[in-house]
Design a protein around this ligand. Sequence first.
Ligand code: PMP
Length: 381
Amino acid sequence: TGAERATTGRSPQARNGIRGDQPYGAPQLDVPYQLNTNENPYAPSDTVIATIAADVASAATTLNRYPDRDFTALRHDLADFLRSESSVALDPAQIWAANGSNEVMLHILQAFGGPGRTALAFTPAYAMYSEYARDTLTEWTTIARRDDFTIDLDAAATQLPELAPAVIFLTSPNNPTGTALAPGELRAILDIARDLDIDGGPALVVVDEAYAEFRREGTPSALELLADYPNLIVTRTMSKAFALAGGRLGYLAASREIVDTLRIVRLPYHLSSITQAVARAALKHRDELLSQVAALRAERDALVTWLRGLTVNGEPMTVAQSDANFVFFGKFEDRHAVWQGLLDQGVLIRESGPEGWLRVTVGNREEMTAFKNALVKELGL
Ligand code: PMP
């Protein structure tokens, strides 16, 4: 048949740079304890479900029409949320959103990266940044963090002018390490970026605050620097603290000029009416949803303390300080064996970052007990 002929004939080849690559993604395995993608363990309550269902039903009455392309009401609600969370007043015109902060960052590189331009991150960093660069034909480069995962500002001061990146990704709290940037570090990078000359403008600094709501008391958000730096973008997501990973809603705050530029590259109507309704419904319940953040922070701190008390091969376990909802620990001679040993006991965590390290998402009490028991057994402690 024709179909059979098609499968035996020559296949079109993907372009250079894509050919042979594997799709990104952590394994989605059906195991009792899924602690590998930094999801929030708390499913929506009946109250939240009821609001989402009612608001989606209301949005469904006009599904024959395209959604509000500029998601005006949602931008208003997000600005309102940031004002209450970080005490930073923003105009809704300074907010941009898309299907997860993944798409927000793709928009950023579609507009500010591209052929002839470079994007940069301080590694270890979130693995997707290099993929947004690949997908937008942007050159990709990195500067290594120190062994304790802090940023070497002297190295940054000499290398950034040489590398001349158009876009610099800073992640705080960082994934996979969990460590937060000190405010002085962020300002130092912003100052260097401001002095670079990228087609007559400064370099853009993107502070990825996907996990910002989990930061400890007293750590400021980069949102506070928006008024001082027109070259700053702060991205956030509803996937983590808001426990809305399935809703796919990420957003950013920046100058109006930057947001207006992003509007040029987005697909028309990229945020469905349903997505907008779900996100707004969740925002109505922000007090309830964010109250669970405190419990997760407490579980995180307890987990860090517990892990630091363990000894592996005669050495105390190394555990990175975490301002996020996950913990980075090691170092193991054979991390894959430890990962597999936990998985065999129904606990799925993540092999991430430099060789020897593992990352575990902070879950509820039961999940943490299961993780600890499995680790003790695996390490023969
Ligand atoms: N940034 C960081 C640092 C992340 O860890 C993640 C998700 N793992 C994202 C962005 C993307 O999240 P989402 O697309 O769900 O908003």
